[in-house]
Design a protein around this ligand. Structure first.
Ligand code: SF4
Ligand code: SF4
Length: 301
């Protein structure tokens, strides 16, 4: 009933028993042991994951992993009399809203006393692929059948039993067998013919999500940057995203004074808090400024 309610709300969802947490951990650790995961990626992202049920929810029985349609945003920055439009790719914005919406739909699908949910901090992409919710693209991005990659993943522990454990092998999109669009479009040589795992450490998304005090490596072509955070090159050319790629949500505008403040990079006190809260509404935070905005503005000259 919970999964059906999520489906009626436009989401896609699958459930696995909490016993699968150990295998989820093994999936990540085996990649690390095989040396195919960059050490920094492993430390930054994957070591922060929690593979046990929350201490205050020992009766958790299942994990529901959910994909919620999530648009790309256009966010404008006014600078030197011009209005510069930048892109915030899907999956950055509306994190809180997505979780609240999903929680509400789940709560309304059964009697309130029946269901308890707690947010799960786990490797979502791996779980989504293992549960059959998503398929991997050659670009290592998660795709939902008929919804493409413009989705935000989230997961919750629940106290419901799983009738059908969806756990299985990870699968690739059928078209990846013959398509090479993303491989050709990637400016950094991240996607390679010989293996399914990409060179994450070379990916613009990985590089521009780092704190702004880390400069981009010299080998990155400044013209490759195409979003204020993340990168859309490989998703734009993917045939599975054809129906969604032209759609944007308006993420608002930063005034000339706000842009100037972000480019200056000295963030302190009330002003910093004020602008951070405006940034958070579009899935951004101060940590990537001024570096990411500066490189986009430099291309406007
Ligand atoms: S996100 Fe950008 S840099 Fe990363 S694999 Fe895709 S095209 Fe390459
Ligand atoms: S662009 Fe082609 S190869 Fe790349 S993920 Fe999409 S279908 Fe697969």
């Amino acid at each position: 009933m919970v999964l059906e309610a999520l489906g009626r709300d436009g989401c896609s969802a699958k459930a696995v028993p909490v016993g699968r947490l150990e295998q989820l951990k093994e999936d990540i650790q085996s990649l690390h042991k095989a040396g195919v995961l960059d050490e920094k990626v492993y430390n930054d992202y994957l070591l922060t994951m929690k593979y046990q049920v929350p201490k205050d929810f020992p009766d958790a029985k299942s994990i529901i992993v959910i994909a919620v349609p999530n648009p790309q945003l256009k966010v404008a920055f006014k600078w030197k009399g011009k209005r510069v439009e930048t892109v915030v790719p899907p999956t950055y914005a509306f994190g809180r809203e997505v979780d609240e919406r999903v929680r509400q739909v789940m709560a309304e699908s059964v009697a309130p006393e029946v269901l308890r949910t707690e947010k799960a901090i786990i490797p979502l992409k791996t779980l989504a692929a293992r549960s059959g919710l998503t398929l991997y693209g050659r670009n290592n991005i998660a795709y939902v059948p008929k919804k493409g990659s413009f989705v935000r993943l989230t997961a919750f522990y629940t106290d419901l039993d799983v009738e059908d454990d969806a756990w299985g092998e990870r699968k690739m999109l059928p078209a990846c067998k013959t398509c090479r669009n993303c491989l050709k479009a990637c400016p950094n040589g991240v996607i390679i013919e010989e293996r399914v795992l990409v060179h994450v450490e070379r990916c613009l998304t990985f590089l521009n999500e780092q704190s702004s005090d880390r400069p981009f490596p010299e080998w990155v072509d400044p013209a490759a940057h195409n979003a204020v955070v993340g990168c859309m090159h490989c998703q734009r050319v993917c045939p599975y995203n054809k129906a969604f790629v032209g759609g944007y949500t308006d993420g608002g505008e930063f005034s000339e004074a706000e842009t100037s403040y972000l480019l200056k990079g000295e963030f302190e006190g009330e002003k910093a808090k004020e602008i951070e809260s405006k940034l958070m509404r579009v899935g951004l935070d101060l940590s990537i400024f001024p570096r990411n905005l500066k490189i986009i503005m430099d291309q406007q000259r």
